[in-house]
Design a protein around this ligand. Structure first.
Ligand SMILES: [Zn+2]
Length: 190
């Protein structure tokens, strides 16, 4: 899922973005009313995701708060992924992730939106960076494991409040959420 400009899109396993209506539900979402404090232009060419992270690290001075980040520009390469819909009994994410489908974009205009979360959120969210991509024409995108770009604009919104809403359902009440499985999410993210 990607939310941008007040609209939400579902990226299905055909790699296409579908505008979804307000009645649709999701098992997890991380959202914010985005009000960036800073905008940085980066003219250099950024060759890979690790390089992007080092650029962004310099722009995030305080590692004890959250940041919402929007990166707009021309991407020389973006790899995205999507996982197929699941049916009950739903398998764990680490199993689902094995069936995810990858897409590649070359020389495409678009926007990456995401969050940087502090290390202490482990178990609730993903520590570090997590980005989703959508093309400027809003037709395709997905979860981003790899990218390269140049001449981008980076908007950053520091966040010092974190509000979590838990599901109200019997399934959630009965789910065994202890002990946490620390390595599973790392496997999925990679
Ligand atoms: Zn994702």
């Amino acid at each position: 899922m990607i939310g941008i400009g007040g609209r939400f899109y579902q990226i299905k396993t055909d790699g296409k973005a579908y505008l979804i209506d307000d009645t649709m539900k999701t098992p997890f979402a991380e959202v914010i009313f985005f009000n960036p404090d800073t905008t940085e232009k980066i003219k250099d060419s950024i060759e890979n995701y690790d390089q992007l992270k080092s650029y962004l690290n310099r722009l995030l001075p305080n590692k004890n708060v959250f940041y919402a980040i929007e990166i707009e520009g021309t991407f020389s390469y973006v790899k995205t992924r999507s996982v197929p819909g699941q049916h009950k009994p739903c398998p764990p994410l680490v199993k689902v992730a094995k069936n995810q489908i990858a897409f590649e974009f070359h020389q495409v205009k678009g926007t990456m939106v995401g969050f940087w979360c502090p290390a202490y959120v482990k178990g609730i969210n993903v520590p570090g960076y997590h980005f989703h991509f959508i093309t400027t024409d809003r037709k395709a995108g997905g979860h981003v494991p790899a990218c390269s770009m140049q001449d981008i604009s980076v908007k950053i919104d520091p966040i010092s409040a974190f509000y979590m809403i838990l599901p109200k359902s019997r399934a959630f009440d009965k789910a065994n959420l202890t002990p946490p499985k620390p390595n599973e999410l790392e496997k999925v993210e990679k």
